[in-house]
Each structure stands twice: as C-alpha cells, then as structure tokens.
Write a protein that binds this ligand. Structure first.
Ligand code: ZN
Ligand code: ZN
Length: 118
C-alpha cells in the first residue's frame, strides 16, 4: 500500500516539475538547457525525439517493403500454379476446370466462409 502511495506522489511530483520547467522555459526532458522556441524541450532533446520517431518510421517502411516483396513472391507463385493447372491454395492438387483451386480447398474455404458469416 505504501509503495502505491509513493508512486502516486512521484507522478504528482513529476507532473508539477513538468509544468514548472515548462513555465521557466527549461527543457522538461534533461532539465538543464533552455527550451527551444515553442517546444517544451531543448533543441537536442527535440532532435533526439524526432530521430527516434524517424527510426520508427523507417522500420515501418522496411516492413512495408518486406510485405511488398512477399506479395510479389505470392503473385509469382500464384501465376506459376495457375499456368501448371495446380490449386493456388494448397499448390499440390490439380485445380478444377475453370477454377483456381482444387475441390478439397474449395470445400475448406466454403466451410470457413460459412463459419465466418454466422
Ligand atoms: Zn533537453
Ligand atoms: Zn487445393
């Protein structure tokens, strides 16, 4: 119980400190330098933060490139399977006439579709 109260007190203190430093135009992150322009942080802390955000963004970009790459492979695989007359779902059995999937996969998909609907 005492521990919980301490956390609350600390949070309160941190909050008060934040506004105090902000009011004094001192960086709320390092609390050593003056805040930069309209920011609550100094130039360096702001740069650090934007660098972190940029890093996160870049990671996301890499991920989307990877997804694109995977989709490309899937598309190539699909094309290959169709031209070979194989099921695009399992890639093992022959596909039905005029269809892109085999009988077994179509039943599976149909069951899944019905289950998803109800
Ligand atoms: Zn700072
Ligand atoms: Zn199949």
């Amino acid at each position: 119980m005492a521990r919980k109260r301490n956390v609350v007190q600390e949070n309160q203190y941190a909050k008060e400190g934040y506004y105090l430093y902000k009011k004094l135009r001192i960086c709320v992150t390092c609390r050593r330098k003056y805040a930069y322009k309209n920011s609550a942080q100094c130039y360096e802390c702001r740069e650090k933060r934007t660098a972190k955000q940029r890093e996160k963004h870049n990671k996301l970009k890499v991920n989307s490139e990877y997804v694109e790459h995977r989709n490309k492979i899937a598309r190539v695989r699909r094309k290959m399977l169709i031209s070979n007359g194989l099921c695009t779902q399992c890639g093992k059995r022959n596909s039905r006439e005029g269809k892109k999937s085999c009988h077994a996969c179509s039943i599976k998909w149909h069951e899944y579709y019905i289950r998803g609907k109800t």
